[in-house]
Design a protein around this ligand. Structure first.
Ligand SMILES: C[S@@+](CC[C@H](N)C(=O)[O-])C[C@H]1O[C@@H](n2cnc3c(N)ncnc32)[C@H](O)[C@@H]1O
Length: 306
């Protein structure tokens, strides 16, 4: 994947072009700076073409880091669900890997620029309100990177909902950043940025410090999953860490830039000041040789479950 991936389809602030958004979110989107957000959702990140590009880019980085699209021993699933599917890139790749399977992506909104494989379907839904599927419908349920979307208090119930739609004998896999937006070690610019992010996220009930990631196994066990396993994947952030380090730094910088307008508005700062802080923080990742982690937890619904 080339480094210029982001610039290739750059129109970060533009709302999705006609035909690229299927309405379905509960409220009209709002613009902050040049970015488009869903104001009635706790979800922090924008919903626009810039974010489509970032999510696809991030997908390739994560796949490269994990050397796979998933880690659970899922066998040959007939129905696969991706919750909070974003651009649908993960789901579309699963369509090719399992051409006999039906793959469903569920999200608040669909934003898709390309024609998906014929065995992919999008369904609009809000996992916090319950998934629009019958119990036991899917052999494999995947949910990745929803720490920025689901309040900490909602997680146990959300994972129970994932377990409800999982078929007996089926698998659930959850993937989240191990320390939220934090990389380690941190310097002063990072600490300031993290304090600002934590305040804005905290108002929405979101976790920024990795509590969700540390609890993934517990959520699965409380939802009565068995054979629960966790893998902690550590990665460098910054050019010092070679290809993966450079790509993750680019992704993390884009995450912070994506929320720079809400941060500036919240703290009454000029946008430029927040953007300068982001640049300083990203220099710290390199000079301090920072790391981040991703946590992958998966478990199986017992064959005898209801
Ligand atoms: C950070 S993105 C991750 C997208 C995708 N899972 C990936 O790894 O590329 C989070 C996604 O979750 C969706 N989302 C946020 N809140 C949601 C909810 N309550 N129910 C369903 N999807 C939600 C957002 O619209 C966004 O597409």
């Amino acid at each position: 994947m080339p480094w210029w991936f982001f610039r290739r389809r750059r129109s970060a602030g533009a709302p999705p072009a006609a035909g690229q958004t299927v309405a379905g979110a509960s409220a009209a989107p709002s613009l902050q700076g040049e970015r488009r957000f869903l104001p009635e959702q706790p979800y922090m990140l924008p919903k626009d073409m810039g974010e489509v590009n970032r999510l696809d880019f991030q997908h390739y980085v994560l796949r490269s880091l994990l050397r796979a699209n998933y880690l659970a021993p899922v066998g040959q699933p007939r129905r696969i669900l991706d919750v909070g599917c974003g651009t649908g890139q993960w789901a579309c790749e699963l369509c090719h890997q399992f051409p006999q399977a039906e793959v469903v992506g569920v999200d608040l909104e669909e934003i898709k620029a390309t024609t998906p494989p014929s065995n992919y379907h999008f369904v609009q839904g809000d996992v916090r309100r319950g998934l629009p599927f019958a119990s036991g419908s899917f052999d494999f349920v995947h949910q990745r990177l929803l720490t920025s979307a689901l309040p900490l208090a909602a997680w146990p119930e959300v994972v129970r909902e994932l377990a409800r739609v999982t078929a007996p004998g089926g698998w659930i896999e959850l993937v989240e950043p191990g320390m939220g937006l934090r990389v380690t070690p941190t310097g002063p610019a990072n600490e300031q940025l993290l304090r600002m992010g934590a305040q804005v996220a905290g108002q929405r009930g979101l976790d920024t410090e990795g509590v969700v990631a540390r609890s993934l196994e517990r959520y699965l066990l409380e939802a009565r999953l068995t054979r629960v396993q966790t893998r902690v994947v550590e990665a460098p952030v910054g050019e010092w860490g070679g290809r993966i380090g450079s790509l993750l730094a680019l992704d993390l910088r884009e995450v912070w830039k994506a929320i720079s307008a809400p941060l500036a508005a919240h703290f009454g700062l000029p946008l430029q000041e927040v953007q300068q802080l982001i640049e300083k923080a990203s220099q710290e990742w390199n000079s301090l040789q920072a790391h981040c982690t991703f946590i992958v937890s998966y478990g199986q619904k017992p064959a005898s479950a209801d």
